[in-house]
Ligand binder design. Structure first.
Ligand code: AMP
Length: 291
């Protein structure tokens, strides 16, 4: 496994693979790797000849300086985990490599997919930061596939839109959310939860489970689903920043579950802002043959 710091070194590290026609998979991360990231790396490993892991804590996508400062950084441990997961190249550039003097370009995806939920909560600059860094990483490596977690469903959608619109020849692969045994979605920020807050954080997957159980039981009205989630959240004393039911493609709000609907929650628990979501699908309506 090689660790490279510049785009030139990255391109040199994968040039033989590219000329020999080998497939290249990339997993962009901000480091502080956990099993969620490892699940993406394993998928990339299974589907690619060469696996690149990028590690860059991207300052432009943070709206709060304190969150950026507190973001965990552990490159040596990340390198061990990456080696175990079969990564071939770690691309860990400096901020100066990514944003050299005079940097003046922003990739901005417009519309509901960037303006709602995370875009509203963290400010419009958040997804500009995400779209710009992901565009830069994909152009640096030009991987055949890049792997992103459904945990950040809106980010995944923004990246898909950006890649389609800019014609970047990379297939964006969405990967299922990896959870701890108790249901909490894995996140680099979870290490900053106190033991008590970690228990309280479980309210979020419980609220999502209540919603999906109601949908499985035939409920289609979002007002009723919202009430089911809110009652779980209240019981756990978690005040959501948002509890949203949206179309998973357009991120427009929905009132009735007729097809796939994304239920997404953001909430601050103690010092940490957590997000989670579930893709709801109504139980199929029985055909006359099954009756
Ligand atoms: P991050 O380092 O938090 O920016 O995440 C890097 C990538 O890992 C993103 O595509 C995330 O969506 C994905 N990811 C983070 N947590 C999880 C998780 N629990 N399960 C699956 N993917 C995840």
């Amino acid at each position: 496994m090689r660790i490279v710091r510049t785009v030139a070194q990255l391109r040199e590290a994968i040039s033989d693979a590219r000329t020999s026609g080998a497939s290249i998979g990339m997993v962009p991360t901000m480091g502080a790797l956990h099993e969620g990231h490892v699940s993406l790396l394993q998928r990339a490993r299974a589907e690619s000849d060469v696996v690149i892991l990028s590690i860059f804590v991207n300052p432009t996508q943070f709206s709060e300086a304190t969150d950026l400062d507190a973001y965990p950084r552990q490159e040596a441990k990340d390198a061990d985990l990456a080696e175990d997961a079969g990564v071939d190249v770690i691309f860990a550039p400096t901020a100066a490599e990514v944003y050299p003097e005079g940097f003046a370009t922003t990739v901005s995806v417009s519309g509901a997919i960037t303006e709602t939920l995370e875009g509203a909560g963290r400010g419009s600059s958040h997804f500009d930061g995400v779209a710009t860094i992901v565009a830069k990483l994909l152009l640096a490596a030009l991987p055949h596939r890049a792997y992103f977690g459904q945990k950040d469903a809106q980010q995944l959608r923004v990246v898909q839109r950006m890649v389609t619109d800019l014609g970047i020849p990379t297939e964006i692969v969405g990967c299922a959310t990896s959870r701890d045994a108790d249901g909490l979605a894995r996140s680099s920020r979870n290490v900053r939860l106190s033991a008590e807050d970690r228990q309280r954080a479980l309210t979020i997957p419980r609220a999502l489970a209540a919603v999906s159980a109601a949908v499985a039981g035939g409920e289609t009205e979002v007002a009723a689903l919202r009430a089911a989630a809110e009652s779980e959240l209240e019981r756990g004393r978690v005040v959501p920043e948002y509890l949203a039911f949206v179309d998973p493609d357009s991120f427009a709000p929905v009132e009735t579950v007729r097809g796939a609907v994304l239920c997404a929650i953001a909430a601050r628990v103690g010092k940490v802002r957590l997000i989670d979501n579930d893709l709801l699908t109504p139980p199929s309506i029985p055909t006359s043959k099954e009756n």
